[in-house]
Design a binder for this molecule. Structure first.
Ligand code: TPP
Ligand code: MG
Length: 785
């Protein structure tokens, strides 16, 4: 008995501190948005925006988590538009500055949505495109287990919980459910999703019946569901005579009516409850005992905005079972537009802010003060914040040493091969070695492991799983080329068919060095056209500066008989247009070996990025050559002269990827009439274009002597005459190469694919789409016409 009183006291003190901080967090988040919209000069007349109501609904949950529940090893994805709450909390911790809060949504200020790369306050996962950050926590949890079971990182590092703070409307995004199924398959653990169930989205009020189903779905895939519905005030009243009728009334209240009454306040509640429950004396007594303000406080006392209830829920979970907390909250809780269906982007007016500020007892000039208006002393609060477990381990971002990549990767010597086949063989040869490189590579694929040639790698390195499972086919002695043994030592994570999952999984793997202190070299394979399916997730991965390699086959119409629906046309443009992703499309296997080596190194450089290899299934005769270091450097820089032009030549053919043999044939025939015509083989219009623009910008900035060092594409095109004609050809959209004409003002006849959808063999398709040698020769003729 003697120990209970101090424990209670301690709890009471903690609760008091957390309630104070909750108030401060709510204030700072609202003030940050207000300041950005009303108090900063607005030069362009555009709305600055921000989400005061969405912040308010999460203030309790986030205060409880960051100041009490989270531990340093936990990692959090915050609902994007609750960014001001996150920044306010980091400000209180001393990790965010007043200057950046004042410049919220301005250049260099705190970001609209938490950003790993642009915010200074240790964001764990960037968010912005709703749904993706949520799934990211699931895949990060798998990565945490992957590196832990293999002891690839610091063995002393405790296992963290991956936490997502989820807007209820985020659950409309299909990628959430794709991820849930995948997590179930892989026995995901240590995962908390806290759903901010404010029953409102952007446009309005969420469907009433949805959430019953959502809870069931989580349970179906093995999650624990914890519902935080009513706060302690309401629970107390429910226990009184006729309190159960009041509970039933709220339970039955449609979301839209409840929201409207929240907005109307005490008088509105009284009217509705008197109308519906007046026959119950107990309810009448409750109404008598509460004035309008108290009644409003009571009726809006939902558990997700009740500190005690939130702490009880979080602290009630101590195992590693994935847990979904459905936290009933009020959008705009504590703000004048609480519950209003149009409050998503609503901003407090100047008058509303003035009275909100008064209610918060904050004097003019004290708006950014960390402790103004609170009843606890600054010393007490500061001490409490300093002791928050989350804050005790210093900087959250981990580091991991770079894995040395050998000077050359194994090079298959087949006389005929496709780049896709070459990829499988290179990886297989790496798998055969006992090297750090081989240990750090992890592969993943959405059900196209075998058809993208990852099979040999998987046979050697095994599939990853938490627990051992033999390949049943093998046990029963059924002959198969594939050996699918699952072990915690396995190095391939097999996914179901969902490219969203692939890219989010790669994002998580590609941040392992910063999240878990263990360097991984992730390689994901997929069908090239289905990059589109996961494009937003790919963009999301690149936005966070995750580092991985994607290997996509087959490219373009060269897929030929297998059908039009799978032909990828504009992926080369994605490769050029996607920041953070360096794209290559080699024609030959020796080029591929050079590029894979470069890619594995580039993925680890500070100023590097991710890599996209667009490969083909077309088997080509391989040039019998030994690449010189200069040629290898050209291949990395984006292109090389396969047949060098004579100085001042008037004609060049420029080719990329699978159609290179057609370009070679055309070049041979053209060379008869145009002696000295060259054949340029490109490996990366992406890299050439970027370096060309960078060189121009650099020259623009150089004062005095202009730096005339040519960029690689300028150097490549330099031998040609000023008005030379370029015929460009690729199995993809012609725009990917037609920009080459701008480099030196030379005229281009671009060939490529502008429509798709036919199956056929290569001769028929290349003829139909004008990619064959005859079409190239014809284009040369036209270019001089
Ligand atoms: C993929 C995507 N589509 C649309 C948006 C625009 N958007 C931002 S928040 C939001 C509504 C979110 O509602 P909810 O998740 O319930 O969050 P609340 O503000 O209610 O907490 C929408 C549609 C977005 N950020 N991402
Ligand atoms: Mg909502």
């Amino acid at each position: 008995m003697t120990t209970i009183a101090p424990v209670r006291e301690l709890r009471g003190q903690r609760l008091r501190m957390l309630r104070e901080l909750e108030r401060k967090v709510l204030w700072l988040s609202a003030w940050t948005v207000h300041h950005a919209n009303h108090l900063r000069p607005n030069r362009d007349g555009l709305k600055v925006g921000g989400h005061q109501a969405s912040c308010a609904s999460l203030a309790t949950v986030m205060t409880a988590l960051y100041f009490s529940v989270l531990r340093p090893e936990d990692r959090v994805a915050v609902k994007p538009h609750a960014s001001p709450v996150f920044h306010a909390i980091q400000y209180l911790f001393g990790h965010q500055t007043k200057d950046k809060l004042e410049r919220f949504r301005a250049l260099g200020g705190a970001q609209s949505y938490p950003s790993r790369t642009k915010d200074v306050d240790d964001v764990d996962f960037s968010t912005g495109s709703v749904g993706l950050g949520v799934a990211m926590t699931l895949f990060a949890s798998l990565v945490q287990d992957y590196v832990r079971l293999k002891t690839l990182g610091d063995e002393q590092r405790p296992t963290g919980r991956m936490v997502a703070l989820v807007g209820d409307a985020e659950l409309d995004e299909g990628n959430i459910f794709e991820a849930l199924l995948e997590g179930w398959k892989h026995d995901v653990r240590n995962l908390w999703w806290v759903i901010d169930y404010n029953r409102q989205s952007l446009d309005g009020v969420v469907n009433d019946r949805l959430f019953g189903r959502i809870g069931e779905m989580f349970e179906l895939v093995g999650w624990r569901v914890v519902i935080l519905k009513y706060g302690k005030l309401l629970e107390t009243v429910f226990a009184q005579p006729d309190g159960d009728h009041l509970r039933q009334w709220i339970d039955d209240c449609p979301n839209s009516l409840y929201s409207a009454l929240v907005f109307k306040g005490g008088a509105g509640w009284r009217e509705a409850l008197t109308r519906d429950l007046n026959q119950y004396p107990g309810v009448r007594r409750i109404l008598e005992q509460h004035d309008d303000a108290a009644l409003h406080r009571l009726m809006t006392n939902l558990a997700g905005n009740d500190m005690q209830a939130v702490l009880d829920a979080f602290e009630g979970v101590s195992d590693d079972k994935p847990t979904c907390f459905i936290a009933y909250t009020i959008k705009g809780q504590g703000l004048p537009f609480a519950g209003h269906k149009d409050n998503h982007s609503g901003l407090m007016t100047l008058d509303q802010m003035a009275s909100f500020k008064k209610g918060m007892t904050i004097a003019d000039g004290q708006e950014w003060d960390k402790f103004a208006g609170l009843s606890a002393t600054p010393d007490e609060l500061q001490a409490f914040i300093a002791e928050a477990p989350f804050n005790t381990a210093g900087r959250r971002r981990t580091e991991a040493p770079v894995v040395a990549i050998p000077a050359a990767l194994p090079r298959p010597t087949d006389r005929k091969s496709s780049t896709q086949e070459g990829f499988g063989k290179i990886l297989n040869a790496i798998a055969a070695e006992d090297s750090d490189l081989a240990r750090r590579i992890v592969t993943t694929s959405p059900d196209v492991t075998v058809s993208t040639n990852l099979g040999p790698w998987v046979n050697r390195r095994g599939l990853w799983a938490h627990t051992e499972a033999e390949d049943v086919f093998r046990e029963l002695k059924v002959v198969s080329a594939q050996l699918w043994r699952k072990t915690p030592r396995g190095q391939h994570l097999e996914l179901g068919i969902a490219e969203n999952n692939l890219f989010i999984q790669l994002a998580a793997m590609g941040l392992s060095h910063q999240l878990f202190g263990a360097r991984l070299l992730p390689i994901g394979t997929l069908y090239d056209p289905f990059i589109n399916r996961g494009l937003d997730a790919l963009n999301y991965a690149c936005y966070q500066d995750a580092r991985f390699m994607i290997v996509a086959t087959p490219s373009g119409v060269t897929l030929a008989p297998e059908g039009g629906a799978h032909q990828s046309i504009h992926t080369p443009l994605i490769g050029i247009g996607q920041p953070g992703l360096l794209s290559y499309e080699p024609a030959y296997v020796d080029e591929l070996a050079v590029l894979m080596r470069h890619g594995l190194d580039y993925m680890q450089q500070d100023k590097g990025g991710s890599v996209y290899l667009r490969l083909s299934t077309r088997s080509l005769p391989q040039p019998q050559r030994t690449l010189s270091p200069a040629q290898e450097a050209d291949i990395v820089a984006g292109g090389y002269w396969y047949a060098a032009p004579e100085a001042g030549a008037d004609i060049a053919i420029v080719a990329m990827g699978a159609v290179t043999p057609e370009a070679i044939a055309a070049h041979e025939s053209v060379a008869r009439d145009f002696a000295g015509a060259g054949l340029l083989v490109l490996t990366s219009p992406d890299r050439l274009h970027a370096d060309w623009l960078a060189a121009q910008r650099h020259r623009g900035r150089t004062v005095g002597r202009i730096d005339t060092t040519p960029s690689p594409v300028e150097r490549l095109l330099a031998p040609l005459s000023r008005d030379a004609r370029l015929v460009t050809v690729l199995d993809g959209h012609p725009l990917a190469l037609s920009w080459l004409g701008s480099v030196r003002g030379q005229r281009v006849v671009p060939l490529g694919i502008e429509s798709f959808g036919q199956s056929g063999d290569i001769p028929d398709l290349y003829r139909t789409y004008r990619l064959d040698a005859a079409a190239i020769v014809d284009a040369v003729a036209r270019s001089i016409g």
